[in-house]
Design a protein around this ligand. Sequence first.
Ligand code: KIV
Length: 263
Amino acid sequence: MSLQAEYGLGVSELCAMSKRGEKIACLTAYDASFAQVLDQAGVDIILVGDSLGMVIQGHDSTVSVSMEDMIYHSACVSSISKRALILVDMPFMSYSNIEQALFNATRLMQEGGAQMVKLEATERQSEVVAEMSACGIPVCAHLGLRPQYIHKLGGYQRQGQDSESAEQILQDAISLEKAGADLLLVECITHTLAAKIQQTVSIPVIGIGAGKNCDGQILVLQDILGITPGKTPSFAKNYLNEGGIQAAVQAYIAEVKSGDFPS
Ligand code: KIV
C-alpha cells in the first residue's frame, strides 16, 4: 500500500495537482455518512467548516461555534474518510494569539483527526501561521470574505471591489504564503483579484464565489443538495437534479475538474 493510499491526499499531492492544472474539488461535510459519500465519490478535500453553525445548528452566523463542536464533527468525518484530505476550521477566537492557536490546532489534529486547519486571516495572522507551520501543522488561510467578521462587516458582501482593498487582500495572500500557509481559500472576491492571487502565489488557491481562475473550488454540501436552511448563496448550484446524492457529488466533481463550474 502506498503512503498516499494510507494517509490520503497530502499537501504535496495538492501542489502537484495544481502544477499539472488538475482542478481540486472540495466540499464540506460534518458527519460520517456524508463524509463517506464524498470520499467515495472522489472529493479531494473535505472541509469540516464552521458553517456547521448555520447548516447543522441553524444559527445565522458561524460566531457561536465552539472548539468542542469542531472537534466532535471533525472526529465524525475523519473516522470514515480514507482518501480526501480532512481540513478543519478553527472557530471564532480560537487563534487570537500564538499559544492559543497552537493549543487549539493540536486538539483539532489529535482529537478531531484534522490533517490541515483553516483560519480566517489577513497578514496580521502571519506570525501565528508561521509558528503553526514551524510546528508541523498544515495551514489553510481563508481570505477575502471572512464570515467570522460578520458583525464587523455587517453583511456577506463581495470583498476587494476597490483597488485599495484588492491590493490589501493580494498582500495578505503573499504574506501568508511567506509565513508558511500551505493552501489559500478565497471567498467572495472579484474574479480578477482571485486570478491575480492565483498567478502570484505558488501554493494552491481554492475559490468560493471567486470565479473560475482558482486551482480548485469549494461549496457547502447543503448548498449543492438544495437543503440549506435559510438563504442559499447566489454563487451556489443545486446538483441534486442530477439523480441522487452520489450522482450530485460526482456531477459537481466532474464540473470542477473540467472547469465547467463555476460558469
Ligand atoms: O465554513 C465553511 O464551510 C467555509 C466555506 C464557506 C469555505 O469556510
